[in-house]
Ligand binder design. Sequence first.
Ligand SMILES: Nc1ncnc2c1ncn2[C@@H]1O[C@H](COP(=O)(O)OP(=O)(O)OP(=O)(O)O)[C@@H](O)[C@H]1O
Ligand SMILES: [Mg+2]
Length: 306
Amino acid sequence: MTSESAVDVAATRARIATHLVGRERELELTLAAVAAGRDIVLEGPPGTSKTTMLKAITEEWGIPLLFVEGNADLTPAKLVGHHNPARVLREDYSAENFVAGPLVEAMQQGGFLYIEEFNRAPEDTLNTLLTAMADRQIAVPRVGTIVAKPTFRVIASMNPYDNVGTTRLSTSVHDRLNRLAVDYQDAEAEEGIVRLRTGAAGPLGDRLVSDAVAVTRATREHPDVRQGSSVRGAIDCVLVAGRLAELRGITDPLDDGYTELVYDAMILALSGRIHLDESVDSTPEVVLREIWEDHFILLPAAADPG
Ligand SMILES: Nc1ncnc2c1ncn2[C@@H]1O[C@H](COP(=O)(O)OP(=O)(O)OP(=O)(O)O)[C@@H](O)[C@H]1O
Ligand SMILES: [Mg+2]
């Protein structure tokens, strides 16, 4: 690699970093992989910057980002494309009446094909994808060979907590991919994200941001919870709480009713985002009440025993 391209990648990284709160390491590693011409699987729970990071990279490169969701319905034909049946009846098969699927589109446009929940896709679909990745071209019957532009990449994502309806990926699949584990960011970074996405400011806004992030993070630690909420829950909690504060005439975190207001916002923003362990006999509302009590009643009392 010449020093000139090294400078390029570094400058690219600096520009992309302005779209992200933190994530320097993940951005650097992902960028290194895609700049090296490699495909990669990002493994992590929902809401951990995967899409944000890929959008920032593809915008910087000026190439499309195409999304597909991996599920049992993602057949090879859906991924690759199909011939328009009405036109085939009139005109017979031709390259002109082929409707490109996301894989062919990404190859032709030199874009990133982002397959979310990659491990939910059927095995024959995975095989089609792996062939396209290895050969950088694909043979489409009655169309011909589609050769990928140099910036074509496959980025897959997987949720490590997700074990319902997923394919156990074979070791031969893993052997063909680079992998980066992405986890939740620390509280400070999450507060930065929530401030950025909500515009919350001032004494009430600041307090809402730190409380929302704290209780959202607590959903990930609660013993009854299999998977807690991502930072998306904290963002919504702050947005909802802001409106509730207006409705209830609360303007300061020291006002009466502030902590109940946070509880109500938690119910709206978090109860659908936490997934309880199948073995426990509880509800999201009960779990959230416990988290709320720990945060607002037990912990402040422990910190201030006088
Ligand atoms: N590092 C970050 N900097 C700025 N915003 C972020 C960051 N991480 C997450 N966000 C914000 O949090 C939300 C979720 O992030 P994102 O969509 O990137 O997650 P994801 O990993 O793609 O999730 P999923 O797996 O569910 O698709 C978005 O609103 C995004 O703007
Ligand atoms: Mg995403």
